[in-house]
Write a protein that binds this ligand. Structure first.
Ligand SMILES: Cc1cc2nc3c(=O)[nH]c(=O)nc-3n(C[C@H](O)[C@H](O)[C@H](O)COP(=O)(O)OP(=O)(O)OC[C@H]3O[C@@H](n4cnc5c(N)ncnc54)[C@H](O)[C@@H]3O)c2cc1C
Length: 393
């Protein structure tokens, strides 16, 4: 049996970050992962450029049964701390939109930085390792693996959620929580595209590839970004964001003219250009392809603007500004960016992620019931939760 101070299971964002911090304190750290390639999710993230944090990160950008849980870790290790580290490594980056910071070149810069930090802190990373089981004997954690048995004082579970099984996601962390008597808040795919019922899909499929500015609303929450029509349904930032708030069977309302007043606009166009058709008036704001599909889909008549009375013009505008869609479902964990729910935070210290009644056991990152919005918040949670655990493991 090989003895060490700290074992981390999961060499993703949170696990590597925690291991580095513990290693810097002089702790002997071994990280296990079953994946062949390290940092797979980071490499795929942000379209290959990794949206590694958000300048405006606050606890309000996270969903959890306990919305206060994430506050302490986020304030102990902030987005500015991570940005300083990125700067130390000379990784060029830019703000894309809404405080979202992306690498200029490639997400590999972030993986290389994490691996360099691990190397500096003498962290031993063992990938391609299957974890068989975990025992707790004489106040030590025994981890039986495909590479033999290891024991440690501290055990950190950083195996993430269920999203993207092809990148190595498993329910391992939830099983370990249950083994130690910790409940799991029911999980659900989040930041995920919607699939549609056949009648919507028939029209929307034709719009595949088009994106429009929109505000998406559901359950008293709205996001104003853009939506993307796909051959399967609806995607794009506003859709991914609202998917985390949506429950099956509910409608989502889209305002496809979120930054102005479409009724007013059409009334003004009616005054200035009474002869133009509704479709022409709408192509001042939308692509021709979109308007051609939208008019029949919304069952609107297409005639010169002068032939509409104000009420008719208003209802034409409202078809675009109050578009109600009842998604058929979501694309599920296969394409979801994150998993909502997870290890119940009531059982975990918000200061350092240690399980309250189980000394030496820690849960960090996405495996916990803390889920960020789209926009770099999920990585910031991985860094912050990993960092605070790294100070005490
Ligand atoms: C396509 C995609 C794009 C994303 N883009 C962004 C983005 O730009 N910005 C952002 O903030 N967030 C993004 N996210 C979310 C973000 O990647 C995650 O929230 C974050 O990686 C969670 O970190 P983690 O360390 O908790 O888990 P993970 O990064 O998922 O790491 C978990 C690790 O545990 C390992 N593991 C799992 N089960 C086992 C097991 N049984 N045995 C051994 N090892 C195991 C896995 O192989 C993996 O390496 C994206 C997610 C996806 C899927």
């Amino acid at each position: 049996m090989i003895k060490t101070d700290v074992i981390v299971i999961g060499a993703g964002a949170a696990g590597l970050f925690c291991a580095t911090e513990a290693g810097k304190r002089g702790r002997n750290v071994i990280v296990f992962d079953h994946a062949k390639r390290l940092g797979g999710k980071i490499l795929m993230s942000g379209g290959g450029r990794c949206n590694f944090t958000n300048m405006y990160t606050s606890h309000e950008n996270f969903l959890s049964q306990n919305p206060h849980f994430c506050k302490s870790a986020l304030s102990q290790y902030t987005q500015w701390d991570f940005i300083s580290l990125v700067n130390e490594y000379g990784i060029k980056h830019h703000e894309k939109t809404l405080g979202q910071l992306f690498c200029d070149d490639t997400a590999k810069d972030i993986v290389d930085m994490l691996l360099a930090e691990c190397k500096k802190a003498q962290v031993d990373i063992k990938n391609r390792t299957e974890i068989i089981d975990i025992e707790f004997v004489d106040n030590r954690y025994i981890v039986n693996t495909s590479q033999g048995a290891f024991s440690s004082e501290s055990l950190v579970i950083a195996t993430g959620g269920l999203s993207m099984p092809k990148l190595g996601a498993t329910p391992f962390g939830y099983r370990i929580a249950e083994q130690f008597g910790i409940p799991i808040i029911p999980t659900k795919a989040a930041l995920v595209p919607f699939t549609l019922h056949e009648h919507d899909k028939a029209v929307i499929g034709e719009l595949s590839g088009i994106s429009v500015d929109a505000s998406a609303s559901c359950n008293n929450t709205s996001f104003n970004e853009n939506i993307l029509f796909t051959h399967r349904g609806l995607s794009g930032p506003a859709v991914l964001q609202i998917s985390s708030f949506w429950e099956p069977g509910q409608e989502v309302e889209f305002d496809l003219f979120p930054n102005g007043d479409l009724v007013q606009d059409l009334l003004e166009q009616q005054q200035s250009s009474p002869e133009i058709q509704l479709s022409t008036a709408l192509t001042r704001h939308y692509s021709k392809r979109f308007v051609q599909a939208a008019i029949p889909y919304f069952e609107l008549e297409n005639k010169p603007l002068k032939q509409y009375n104000p009420k008719q013009l208003q209802s034409a505008a409202e078809a675009f500004t109050q578009w109600h869609v009842k998604p058929n479902g979501t694309e599920g964990y296969r394409t979801a960016e994150v998993t909502l729910g997870g290890v119940d935070t009531d059982y975990v210290s918000s200061k350092n992620m240690q399980v309250k009644n189980q000394e030496g056991l820690f849960f960090i990152g996405e495996v916990l019931d803390v889920t960020g919005w789209l926009g770099g918040y999920n990585f910031q949670w991985a860094w912050s939760s990993g960092w605070v655990a790294g100070q005490v493991v």
